[in-house]
Design a binder for this molecule. Sequence first.
Ligand code: FRU
Length: 478
Amino acid sequence: MDRNVELKQLAVKEIEANREEVEKDPFRPHFHLMPPVGLLNDPNGFIHWNGVYHVFFQWMPFKTGHGAKFWGHYTSTDLIHWELAPTALAPGDWYDKNGCYSGSAVTHEDKLLLFYTGNVKDEEGNRETYQCLAESQDGVTFDKKGVVLELPEGYTPHFRDPKVWKHLGKWYMVIGTQNLEEEGRVVLFESEDLKDWTLKGDVTASGHDRLGSFGFMWECPDLFELDGTDVLLFSPQGLEPDGDQYQNVYQTGYLSGALDYEMGTLAHGEFSEIDRGFEFYAPQTTLDENGRRLMIGWMGVPEQGEEHHPTKAHKWIHTLTIPRELRFEKGKLIQRPVQELETMRHNKVEKSATLSENKIEWEELNGTVYELLLQLKSVKGSFSVEFRNHATMTFNSVAQKLTFKRKSFVNGNEETRSCSMKEVNELRFYVDASSIEVFVNNGEEVFTSRIFPEHGDESLVFKADGQTEFEAAKWKLA
Ligand code: FRU
């Protein structure tokens, strides 16, 4: 039997054998994509094709750790109801035997094309990398077409995650890599036919005068035009913590400016982190058929306490974020939950209060899965919202700081992530059974984090040290 077919069958068996165990986990998300079993990491191949949204994902079906990845596949017509499709890619060929690593999708001549990295390791652990192509007529079954691009000179085999797009009749591809001195960078390729690819050079790299020394490896690049600006999104590895910045094990952020397609270089300013929370990595965007730039990310970070996730006891780990719409406004990337999410709302409850050195809990606002929208009319001192005695969002108007705090799932200690904020007038929380995504001031900043509170505790407490006037609206989500 073909090795790919065999591997896909084994993955199906693994789903069936563990279905009950996975389904009884109270930490299972209600409105986030998760693996049917095993480990999920990066979103891949995000595309809107003939009215259907496709999100593929890095998938290890056989354990809750990393390894030879498959591409799992979800589809949806509305970004809300998702269906698990048959496994798109399995690591069953010589050029991808240690993993069908991350990549992207484009459509060409009525076909859906996947570009991905074939990861190969020999017995001594030496790595090889191949950029590969797979094609589909129906968006369900994919035919591998093999290697389209080999490692060029000047880069180590940490050379992966092709993101392909079309610009003025030509095809372009960015790849995340490092040079032989182990300095992170993104390279650009050009093609007339999606088969022959010519290296243009480094789009930008560690050592650039607006970046300085900037990590040993850059993963999962994405380059797109948004509201008149070119944005390069990527996940650098090897940045040292710097004040509130770069607190996670690995980072994700963007550079903005203008891409010179002839030279292959991006003229850009400084790097900005795209998320302020604990778990956000390797996001990917697509331009949907309505002209929106949508982004979905992995709600996890490589090597960041992964072995301590409590869901591993139920044979699964990690989720993707909710889909978000991106805009570039006043020199900044703005993220907003896609509007479709509003159709999940029901049972609206509204409250308002002025708190002065006290706290309040309204029974009707408690819960585990909901959207909470807070309008802060005035904050003097500090105002906080505490979720399930486990995680807290606090705005301190004197220190001009916004801080998310949670109990660590590694050791139970309190840990925080913060960013400076002159003013906070709106906080929108998407709360799921084991995650919180907070959109600040209509998408100016976002905090994305997993939470693992005590089961049964559904409390939601508002507290003012000082005086705060606010309005709250809460919807159950289903
Ligand atoms: C990012 C990443 C990618 C790689 C994939 C492997 O999380 O390391 O660079 O393609 O995951 O699963």
